[in-house]
Ligand binder design. Structure first.
Ligand code: AMP
Length: 284
């Protein structure tokens, strides 16, 4: 059974005793409703560190005023048994008042301009909420590694930038996206989908794969790569919020003639869920 730690003080004490025992620690930050994508992060953490702590905290700071904070799925009992099965050592499960004892904290951490592009256009305060809570978690746990999913590519890139800029002594590890058999990226927000919507949502990955195939066959026009995704989405009646072709590290929009590293990122509403996914076309 993972040790359950609900206060910052208890978490710090746990970390201190690991330090005294010369044990390395990896942190996996999550908002719970754990699925196989999260579990892949825990497995990666277990491969690297002597001890693994998984945090479960539905962070209000990263939700906008009209977003799904109140209906976000919460499945804590199941989460705990999944973590036990996997052999995670500790679960950090703080309350909102434990994390933000002074209410929504006045101190914010923000990485610009990366936080204002892609999802940041529609969710202007989202990444500030993410970087603020991740900075707090890194300070509370002091892990040697912190593990994040590539599904949330923009988040991963912003966190890497924050850790570099603010000299956090933690190595950030990215884990490839875990998918359903249909190709749909696993997400806690897939809970909101009906069966029919789940089938339609698979078009997001199919669209990304179509873009990859065009790029592999020599296509280098950004507009054609975007069109490849949009055509497939249209067949499933999905109107994307964006389909963007960007540099995977800076998140800057690519020029029309694609050169160097290229990533395609998509956000699209399906039913009540807002889904995101991405694919790397070229790492170099
Ligand atoms: P969340 O609980 O949605 O905030 O996600 C917690 C962590 O799990 C983040 O680092 C996500 O990128 C990662 N994650 C979520 N879904 C997946 C997935 N399908 N594959 C890999 N990692 C994922």
């Amino acid at each position: 059974m993972p040790e359950i730690l609900t206060t910052v003080e208890a978490m710090r004490r746990w970390r201190k005793s690991r330090m005294s025992a010369s044990q390395s620690v990896a942190l996996v930050p999550t908002m719970g409703a754990l699925h196989s994508g999260h579990l892949a992060l825990v497995k990666e953490a277990l491969c690297r560190a002597d001890r693994v702590v998984v945090s479960i905290f539905v962070n209000p700071l990263q939700f906008g005023p009209n977003e799904d904070l109140s209906r976000y799925p919460r499945t804590w009992d199941e989460d705990l048994s999944r973590l036990e099965e996997l052999g995670a050592h500790a679960m950090f499960f703080p309350s909102e008042s434990e994390m933000y004892p002074n209410g929504p904290s006045a101190t914010r951490v923000e990485v610009m301009p990366m936080s204002s592009v892609l999802c940041g256009r529609v969710r202007p305060t989202h990444f500030q909420g993410v970087t603020t809570v991740v900075a707090k978690l890194l300070n509370i746990v002091s892990p040697d590694w912190a593990v994040f999913g590539e599904k949330d590519w923009q988040q991963l890139t912003i966190i890497r930038q924050m850790v570099e800029d603010l000299n956090f002594p933690t190595e950030i590890v990215g884990v490839p996206t875990v998918r359903e058999e249909s190709g749909l990226a696993m997400s806690s927000r897939n809970w909101y989908l009906s069966e029919g919507e789940r089938d339609r949502a698979a078009a997001i990955f199919q669209g990304l794969q179509a873009a990859k195939a065009r790029y592999a066959s020599g296509e280098r026009r950004k507009s054609a790569i975007r069109a490849a995704v949009e055509e497939v989405l249209a067949t499933a009646a999905i109107e994307p919020e964006y389909v963007e072709v960007v540099h995977p590290r800076t998140l800057e929009e690519s020029a029309e003639l694609l050169q160097g590293p290229v990533l395609v990122a998509v956000a699209a509403p399906v039913g009540r869920a807002r889904l995101i996914d991405n694919i790397m076309l070229s790492k170099t």
